[in-house]
Ligand binder design. Structure first.
Ligand code: PEP
Ligand code: MG
Length: 323
């Protein structure tokens, strides 16, 4: 098994009927890139920048961040690197950034909500990213977007800092794609409207499932409700992919679901373009996808979307894919 995986390290990810999808990795630090390269990752689909801010006594400087982003981009060469801007709050706290206690931190002041209010923190990160952009193939994505207005505000700040840097004489790449994470149901539902303005979507199922099912992703007591194959989740995911494609954009997924062997055939059939997972899942996923027919899986789409339960979906996929 390991040998088959190793042989596929430098191979593209193609289905048995010759459709290419991109298998990329989730990382948290520049050191993680070694694992991505060693496991044949075709890029980075989610760079969680929180680690730059966590376990410290103060905010990271623009220079510190610039070095980290530059390092990741250089190591990946011309392969895409999707960097997610700061997603703090919820389960992730910073000791030096005192925030008022909240009744429902996962529904509270976090991620883009915090960044738009504390735009001093946000601008520093955006400047570091823009300065690093000339060292590789950078794509920037905003987390926890619930409204178009949030996306427009975040993008405006990015473009403002880009202008500032340029007028200071700093070189900045002119083809940075700007996308969003789809992890809030409101955004998944009106993905059509978002698709006209964003360059790409990356579906964050870790949060999308918890918000759709109203089941805390950290709470064991309700973990039975945390159902990736629930037809409601599949319908939202499908809506996002269709919306992206209708506008000529691409749709990826960076939640745990993207590396799951039951979910992979479903997502392939729904037309997902990019699957971002932990580096060690890449070669097993590539092996699996090379044995799957995208066209056959696509033919099950309507049937899957109209199923009533997650169990029904799982049983169907297990049977069709011999798992
Ligand atoms: C997600 O919500 O699916 C995601 C990838 O982000 P995180 O797990 O960091 O919240
Ligand atoms: Mg998330």
């Amino acid at each position: 098994q390991k040998e088959i995986w190793a042989q596929l390290k430098d191979e593209p990810t193609i289905s048995s009927d010759n459709h290419h999808v991109e298998l990329v990795a989730n990382i948290g630090t520049p050191e993680d890139v070694t694992g991505v390269v060693n496991n044949g990752g075709e890029g980075v689909g989610l760079y969680r920048t929180e680690f730059l801010y966590m376990g410290k006594s103060k905010l990271p400087t623009e220079e510190e961040q610039y070095e980290a982003y530059k390092s990741v981009l250089e190591q990946m060469g011309d392969k895409p690197v999707v960097v997610r801007t700061l997603d703090i709050g919820g389960d992730k706290e910073l000791s030096y950034l005192k925030l008022p206690e909240e009744m429902n931190p996962f529904l509270g002041f976090r991620a883009i909500r915090l960044c738009l209010e504390r735009d001093d923190i946000f601008r520093t990160q955006l400047r570091a990213l823009l300065r690093a952009s000339v060292y590789g193939n950078l794509k920037i994505m905003f987390p926890m977007i619930a409204t178009l207005d949030e996306f427009r505000q975040a993008k405006a700040l990015l473009l403002e800092e880009k202008d500032n840097l340029k007028s200071e004489g700093t070189v900045v790449s002119d083809d940075i794609e700007i996308g969003i994470m789809v992890e809030i149901p409101s955004t998944a539902v009106i993905a059509r409207q978002f698709a006209k303005e964003v360059d790409f979507f990356s579906i964050g199922t870790n949060d999308l499932i918890q918000y759709t099912m109203a089941a805390d992703r950290m709470n064991e007591r309700v973990s039975y409700l945390y159902q990736p194959y629930h037809p409601a989740i599949l319908n939202l995911v499908n809506n996002v992919i269709e919306a992206a494609h209708a506008e000529g954009k691409w749709a990826g997924m960076c939640g745990e679901m993207a590396g799951d062997s039951i979910a992979i055939p479903i997502l392939l059939g729904l037309g997902l373009d990019e699957f971002s997972m932990s580096a060690t899942s890449i070669l097993p996923a590539r092996t699996q996808i090379r044995g799957l027919s995208k066209q056959e899986l696509a033919s099950y789409k309507e049937q899957l979307l109209s199923m009533s339960t997650a169990d029904e979906v799982e049983a169907f996929i297990r049977e069709k894919t011999n798992q």
